[in-house]
Ligand binder design. Structure first.
Ligand code: PHE
Length: 339
């Protein structure tokens, strides 16, 4: 049996074919139902038990070698017969199809760019965070509902390790390593345990801003946000601040801009109010400064945070949040000129 296998192996190694038909004939000769290798496999039953292991292994090697060799012959003759037409070396590579930047990247860069011109530098932090940076250092009470399983993704078996649910964690990362003046802009991805729909997703993107120095006031915050809104949405854009609540800012506010689709007259987009909400902001709570090693009797600061998807929706009227992560090139190609 072994001799027979070796003889066939030598035969297989030496095989040649000049055409597709010849290669197919070889397949039939060796590997079809009545082929020589198939016959060997049938004879395998009569091999004595102590030789079965070795013979079985060799038959398998032979079969793989035959398959590889015959397939190689087939593709060689296919290529020969077309005189290698499968590679057209004369073809021009132009036009090269360029990719496009993702709309969220375009808008993120625009936001970062506007704030860089106002003196903010870029800061980033980890997406897998600990409870301290996301919640405790940001003045969230132990029983604050945002810590709940419904909002936060926990790493199994490590309840202290979570996926950050907002970029405010980067505020803590910056404060613990730097003393004021601090002026940073922190873009990044955040995660929340939400059912995926047109209006919500389990991950999205935010940009956080933080400014701490002596004598920073709410007026400074308002002015910087007005400049941002007018750079982003046009010089006629108006802003308004509504009182709100965040554990890490006091006082806190939410900011609306005049609806740039109807110019503030009221339309279905702004639900006929003339205003659309774009961000949360406020003066950094002294407790947050203290928790992060900054003397709140000397320094004050402001912070703001906005969703990049939200800003992108306002700029480009993307109706379904899921489109941002589906990678459908028909959607992405629409942003070619915005690059
Ligand atoms: N972290 C807040 C959120 O995710 C936004 C925010 C940031 C609000 C900074 C105020 C100041 O909703």
């Amino acid at each position: 049996m072994i001799e027979k296998i070796e003889k066939l192996m030598a035969e297989i190694e030496a095989l040649q074919a000049a055409s597709a038909e010849e290669a197919e004939a070889l397949r039939i000769k060796y590997l079809s139902k009545k082929g020589e290798i198939t016959a060997l496999m049938n004879d395998f039953r009569s091999v004595p038990a102590e030789q079965k292991k070795e013979v079985g292994m060799r038959i398998n090697q032979l079969k793989t070698a035959a398959l590889d060799k015959i397939n190689a012959l087939k593709s060689q003759v296919a290529c020969d017969s077309q005189k290698c037409a499968c590679i057209d070396l004369t073809r021009s590579p132009y036009p090269i199809r360029l990719g496009t930047r993702h709309p969220l990247t375009i808008v993120r860069n625009e936001i970062v760019d506007i704030f860089s011109r106002l003196g903010f530098t870029l800061a980033e932090g980890p997406e897998v965070e600990d409870d301290w940076h996301v919640y405790s250092s940001m003045n969230f009470a132990d029983d604050h509902p945002a810590r709940d399983m419904q909002d936060t993704f926990f790493i199994e078996s490590h309840p202290d390790i979570i996926l950050r649910s907002h970029t405010s964690s980067v505020q803590a990362r910056v404060m613990e390593k730097n003393q004021p003046p601090i002026r940073v802009i922190c873009p990044g991805r955040v995660y929340r345990n939400e059912a995926i729909s047109a209006r919500a997703h389990c991950f999205f993107h935010q940009v956080e801003g933080l400014y701490i120095d002596k004598n920073v006031s709410f007026t400074d915050l308002k002015q910087v946000l007005l400049l941002f809104a007018q750079e982003m949405f046009g010089p006629d854009t108006k802003i308004r601040l509504r009182p709100s609540y965040f554990p890490f800012t006091e006082p806190s506010a939410e900011m609306d801009i005049s609806c740039h689709l109807c110019g503030g007259k009221g339309c279905s987009f702004c639900k006929h109010t003339g205003w659309v909400e774009i961000l949360g902001c406020g003066m950094v709570d002294p407790a947050v400064l203290e928790a992060n090693g900054i003397d709140s009797s000397v320094y004050t600061g402001y912070a703001f945070g906005m969703g990049i998807e939200r800003i992108t929706n306002l700029k480009y009227q993307v109706k379904d949040l899921r489109m941002f992560s589906e990678n459908d090139t028909r959607f992405l190609d629409e942003f070619v000129s915005a690059n």
